[in-house]
Design a protein around this ligand. Structure first.
Ligand SMILES: Cc1cc2nc3c(=O)[nH]c(=O)nc-3n(C[C@H](O)[C@H](O)[C@H](O)COP(=O)(O)O)c2cc1C
Length: 170
């Protein structure tokens, strides 16, 4: 798929078919994630790959009952590794870069999934401590990305105008 078609095609889908994602597609998503830029090339994040039904349900519960998370065949939990970034960047690495590294990686995952004809949604509303407990980590969860085949085709949401969004200094 052409790059700008991928960008245009991506939209949040919150209903998934009960259909597995082929292994080679999953690998392509992982490889795309691994190509994301990161501060100092430290890749200060870790991605938890969840397919287990009961763990997916517990993650959906931790996301305040957003049960579509459990319906996706593949759930990626992106966690910031603050210590890793702070080793080089101190407080800025801990408070900002690690979060940005994880965030960019999650965005890459969404675009890669789209390019493969899959759908996803960014889930940011969750209880961090509950998610940490479910996936057994001390790292900070930043985004949950359920990925799968769309069971619905939602309307595209509107955007602000370009004039409003950008301020130009010419
Ligand atoms: C930081 C962040 C947090 C979000 N959290 C949630 C969420 O918890 N649940 C949900 O259904 N969608 C969530 N979304 C998805 C947004 O609602 C969605 O991206 C936005 O409405 C634009 O729609 P689009 O993705 O279809 O372009 C989140 C998106 C972002 C970037």
């Amino acid at each position: 798929m052409e790059f700008f078609d991928v960008i245009k095609r991506r939209k949040s889908v919150r209903a998934f078919l009960d259909k597995e994602i082929p292994k080679d597609m999953e690998m392509k998503i992982k490889e795309a994630i691994n190509l994301a830029p990161s501060a100092g090339d430290l890749q200060s994040y870790k991605v938890f790959v969840v397919k287990n039904e009961s763990i997916k349900k517990r993650i959906a519960d931790a996301a305040y009952g957003q049960m579509f998370v459990a319906d996706a065949p593949l759930v990626l939990v992106f966690c910031a590794d603050a210590r890793r970034s702070s080793s080089k960047y101190g407080r800025r690495g801990m408070e900002l870069y690690a979060l940005q590294d994880a965030t960019i990686a999650a965005a890459y995952a969404q675009l890669a999934a789209t390019a493969l004809g899959l759908s996803s949604v960014w889930v940011g509303a969750f209880d961090e401590d509950d998610v940490k407990e479910v996936i057994r980590t001390e790292l900070r969860p930043v985004a949950i990305i359920p990925i799968g085949y769309a069971a619905k085709n939602p309307e595209r949401t509107p955007r602000r105008s370009v004039e409003e969004l950008f301020e130009e200094y010419l």
